[in-house]
Design a protein around this ligand. Sequence first.
Ligand code: SAM
Ligand code: SF4
Length: 355
Amino acid sequence: MTAVAAAPVRLARRPEPLARAVAMPEEGPLVDTFGRVHTDLRISVTDRCNLRCTYCMAEVGEIFRPRDEILTFDEIERVARIAFSLGVTAVRLTGGEPLVRAGLADLVARLSALGFADLALTTNGTALARLAPALRAAGLDRVNVSCDSLRADRFARIRRRGELGRVLAAMDAAEEAGLRPVKVNVVLQRGVNDDEIVDFAEFGRATGREVRFIEFMPLDSEGSWAADAVVPSAEVIARLAAYSPLAPVWRDSTDVAPATVYQFVDGGGRIGVVATVSEPFCGTCNRLRLTADGAVRNCLFSDDELSVRDLLVGGASDDAIARVLRRAVWGKRAGHGIGEAAFVRPVRTMSMIGG
Ligand code: SAM
Ligand code: SF4
């Protein structure tokens, strides 16, 4: 049986640099020295979380930023407005757990009013059932809900404080509220939950939700990441294809989403893989990040960051803040370099940066 119909379009691993003499543009879109145009902004609204997932946070001893160092909604809205004026079209709210930030629907309403084409949120789902109607009413388009096991005991072990039933109910509630599509994020770890790949595919087929298998990244707070704990996306696809034939969903060159998406040939739904480690898609990366404490980062894996918080607090002009966004993007490296000898884990971990 032909398991995978054809190889999907591969996103470029490394971009080609622009000519050396090019200077940072003072107008136009947010572009880096490799010509990558940045249109996707990840906003972390808090570094705090009500869970302690093993692959993300330490069970005890996490140190959070003092609340008075976290950007206010006014400050976040202002940066988002400036980013919008520079061509950002998509915003994702994340954290930490974004839904532990009080009054988040108010921020969603403010961002929605700015006119982004796509306003999404990534959540662990614990508070989503309660908040989904208000978030939708405020203008949120869709959610990704993280769920790493369909077995209650294992789910609780991985997320340490989570409860599977509550998260599954939250997915239903989100859909009922109109937050569609609900996508399900699964971080795979070898020997931890990789025996559930087919179970998740069946879950996705039964619910009509796209399950996205994410490779474990070296961003966990406990430093337990190891290359052999990563389940390469190619292996995920091969295992799923043995279960039911898959065909890649073709995309044109303007589609630079990190997940490579496949469709079951029998029409039974889609799955996505995010191959950050094994097949980096840095060549087409269009993302920049705003941390909860006001740092602009151009890559999850780079320590290079520029703070806008002092500018915001000090009453700087929009132009000055725009220039920080431009400089952050302009300084982006070709790729994250995981797997290379020179790679060093970033100081900030996933929950501090915003995944
Ligand atoms: N708290 C929310 C959640 O869990 O969905 C949003 C923030 S979380 C940092 C964003 C995403 O990053 C989640 O899907 C989570 O599973 C994923 N994540 C966290 N640590 C990771 C790691 N070390 N490698 C890969 N993905 C990770
Ligand atoms: Fe919290 Fe999300 Fe990190 Fe889990 S993955 S500890 S829910 S921020």
